[in-house]
Ligand binder design. Structure first.
Ligand SMILES: *Cc1c(COP(=O)(O)O)cnc(C)c1O
Length: 354
């Protein structure tokens, strides 16, 4: 008899279906691989990598680069296998039986799972009908339940909207417990709260190379917090949890991050263009976005998802039970050609149904 740990069978799994599509706009990845110049430098670097050694130098080299960019001490940076690993460790560090973690809904579906994995109680806080977060009500909820961790994704996945830095600061200043800010999409928004870390010892900011830097396959993210916080969170990681291939590649990507600026601008302008076009379709509601995706709502969302799938276009559909996301589809922004193809298919579907 395989005697699994209690509750493991009831543990939900991440429900992202990862199939390949001709046009894959379901996972908020970068549609473009690394810029050729960056890819070439990454390959050269990998050729010089010491595969026989544990990755110490490579870890600290990337840490120092990131610290320098944000003008913080390198003791304030932790790296992770995607920001997912970091977020999971933060839940682990502040979780445990009898503890409460507050996070908005709808938001990143993994928060609920990490809370459960940390044996903490996940306490969802409802966004309003426009998916805006009422900061005062959120603060009140965190205090009311006596949470040990509050989590906010900014800009928010899957709704696309964002809190202003002032709202983020208000939350950081008003709650006593740890406040994890998940900035997975912040490069598409441009208003990070990293500068608040110096002022608020309870603030932890998680960032990733997966979205803006087209590195989802390499699994690399980082966290910025005060040194005492990173020292504690670091205890939750295995030694040498980052592999040398990822570190070496990320070191080059970070050095060459200016090479990504034109594509970030392209994604932002394409997002605006898609928003306007979708907004003009009858029966389609589109939500303002500060990310690399847009969320739409329409009566026949599931049928549209099936239709797009028949054209080999993959979008993100949410189970009807997902809070607030009934009849919603999330569509990542691709290249101009991809976006045109996706939009034409949606327009055809909507107009044919009237
Ligand atoms: C994509 C994403 C992440 C992180 O992904 P990693 O690939 O693990 O860095 C974290 N939070 C949100 C909300 C995301 O959408």
């Amino acid at each position: 008899m395989l005697n699994y740990r209690d509750e493991l069978d009831k543990m939900p799994s991440y429900d992202g279906v990862e199939k390949s599509y001709r046009i894959k706009v379901n996972a908020n990845e970068s549609t473009l691989n690394l810029p050729p110049l960056v890819a070439e430098r990454v390959l050269n670097r990998l050729a010089m990598t010491a595969f026989n050694r544990y990755p110490n130098e490579e870890y600290y080299s990337l840490v120092e680069q990131i610290a320098k960019n944000f003008s913080v001490d390198s003791a304030q940076i932790l790296l992770g296998g995607g920001s997912s690993e970091i977020i999971e460790k933060v839940f682990h560090a502040f979780g445990g039986a009898g503890r409460k973690v507050v996070y908005p809904q709808p938001s990143f579906s993994m928060y609920k799972i990490y809370a459960k994995a940390a044996e903490a109680e996940g306490v969802p806080f409802d966004l309003d009908e426009r998916f805006d977060l009422d900061a005062d009500a959120f603060i009140a909820k965190v205090k009311e339940v006596g949470a040990s961790l509050a989590v906010v994704c900014n800009p928010n996945n899957p709704t696309g909207n964002a809190l202003t830095p002032a709202q983020v600061e208000k939350i950081a200043a008003s709650i006593d417990c740890a406040f994890l800010l998940d900035e997975a999409y912040v490069e598409f928004y441009g208003r990070s709260a990293v500068n608040l870390v110096a002022k608020y010892p309870n603030l932890l900011v998680a960032r990733t190379f997966s979205k803006a830097y087209g590195m989802a396959g390499a699994r690399v993210g980082y966290m910025i917090a005060q040194p005492d916080v990173t020292r504690m969170i670091n205890k939750c990681f295995m030694p040498y949890h980052m592999n040398v291939l990822t570190l070496a590649a990320a070191d080059i990507v970070y050095q060459m991050r200016d090479e990504f600026v034109p594509r970030l601008q392209m994604i932002i302008s394409e997002r605006k263009r898609m928003f306007k076009r979708l907004e003009n379709l009858d029966g389609v509601e589109v939500f303002p976005s500060e990310t690399n995706f847009v969320l739409i709502r329409l009566a026949r969302a599931q049928e549209l998802k099936d239709y797009l799938e028949s054209l080999n276009i993959g979008v993100r559909y949410f189970s009807p039970s997902a809070f607030g996301l009934k009849n919603c589809l999330r569509i990542s922004i691709g290249t101009r050609m991809e976006n045109d193809a996706v939009f034409s298919a949606i327009r055809f579907f909507v107009e044919a149904g009237q």
